[in-house]
Design a protein around this ligand. Sequence first.
Ligand code: ADP
Ligand code: MG
Length: 648
Amino acid sequence: MTGEAVSAPLLVLEDIRKTYASGGGVAVEVLRGVSLTVEAGEFVAIVGSSGSGKSTLMNILGGLDRPTSGSYRVAGRDVSELEGDERAALRRDGFGFVFQHYHLIPGTSAQENVEMPGRYAGLPAALRESRAAALLGRLGLGERRHHRPNQLSGGQQQRVSIARALMNGAPVILADEPTGALDSASGAEVVALLRELAAEGRTIVLITHDRKVAEAADRVVEMRDGRIVADSGRRSIPAAPPPAPAERHGPASVRTSAGEAFPAALRSLGANGFRTALTLLGIVIGVASVIALLAIGEGAKRAVMARVGALGVNLVYVLAGSGDPRLPTTPLTEADGEAILRLPNVESVMPYLDTPVMVRYGNIDHRTSGLATSASLPLTHRWPVAQGAFFTTADERAGAAVAVLGHNVAKKLFPNGESPLGRHVQVNNIPFQITGVMGRKGDLTGSQDTDDWVFVPLSTGVQRLVGKPDLQLILVSVHDVGRITRTRDAIRKLLGERHGQEDFQIRDVTARIKAATETQDTMTLLLGSAAVVTLLVGGIGVMNIMLVSVTERTREIGIRMAAGARASDIERQFLMEAALVAGLGGLVGVALGLASGALVGLFVMPVLFTATAIAGAVTSAVATGLVFGLIPARRAARLDPVAALSSE
Ligand code: ADP
Ligand code: MG
């Protein structure tokens, strides 16, 4: 200690007045000019009947409350003007409070209650733990460290609260009616304990209305109607020098951590599980529906993409007809195809002319589709032949009666595993020799089963099956998909010139992909807005439970403030709780969303869950908690410590 600090008395009150505005605007003066000096190491009892202003005085001494006028100095430092964090620091490091009703935080163990001020002082966890255990051991509660307040007797709870007051090594203990709620034996124990602390050199201010209790002190100050009416003066000299202040670990090194906020949040939620469940419903439903709907949307998108992909991203479709049946049309011809093949970037051109056919082998009849096309089909469609070979350009030129069977047709006509190669089948009663069987392709267009075709050379098909050479479609494959748009435009220009009008339609898969993604984007936007609305509703739910929680735990907030919690500590704690609550709702929502999405996937349509959607939903839930927890947390942080402590 510095020389100055030794010379200045520890606590000096000068002409302290405290006025409350009572109902009707009449001011009530509760303290009427109190002047009192307490030296370090003194054990002072303040006695007086109920309502004489003792508690008001103690709250001012401990920095919980401020006087209306007068000066108050602690170790020479004027504290009546201290604000916010400085005041919190004074309570945290300077004073230990013991209250009549113990004011332990319900639901947490004796050990945690004692450790609590250490958290706000920034003590490392290990030190906090060992110090709290040592204090509890010393006060005879070593065995009951893990008991909760409601598992302890009044006397035991009061000893826990004394241990808590000693946690940060405060030089001054302020005890307001510490024996008031105890039976005489427990009361005597508590007084003996205070006596012991005084003997170690700690400064004790003991407030009591009981003169017998006051006799334990070295000095008795009597109050009546807000004034000091008697002061016995000091009766003895302290036996030991004041204890060295406990190790400090910086004012703000350790803050309220998730480790503390999480159990606190669960406790306050668990206290009324049904109410919590109801209020979290908004977030749960919001998150669940977003997850499920996004999974459905993704599933649908993937199905569309798969179908579009199967059509071939390297293909340009040239369709005959403008789409308007009233307009005259020039038919698409093989010559058009040959002209297209000469354009740059064009890899192959495949004419397409289909017709219903009846195929027969032996006594098996099969009604299906015939496609008259060119030898380039396997290349254009990237579609391998499974057995034998596709017909050739020579077959085409010769108008040969050859055919290639689709996978399903081959199975149908040759059910016994006999090889179709070289056999003759009747197509519309005309014999065709089979040169090959296609590999399985699956659904190409979404409307026709591509494995159900019989392929014949265009010339043969035109002459023997269809009768006229008008193509329905020309499929063009390109070398460089990146230039497909330019190639498409070149085809349009070429055909427009050849036909003298635009009596055809040109499509490529990029347009379909674009259309599919646009649909998806619209869906995502709709889902997004729905999600925002549900999360807003959920957020209001969170705000609601947090406001209720703040109200229900007002006393706890007061206790924490008395132990030295800064406003920011309280705010952080409630914000964390709000985030945890909302996050919990989010997790339940994810589980529900996964479950319902999976059900849809099993019975209705394909779904696809993405990690991004799940992470995004949980993150938004937590963010909602933080945003909507802000008002309740601010409200908690702004509570007045005295009013909070005296709340029911
Ligand atoms: P004691 O602890 O000696 O019983 P208190 O300090 O609690 O006395 O109260 C002194 C007087 O101040 C009482 O009459 C009480 O009603 C009044 N009082 C205390 N707090 C308030 C308050 N917040 N508003 C109005 N009056 C108050
Ligand atoms: Mg009182």
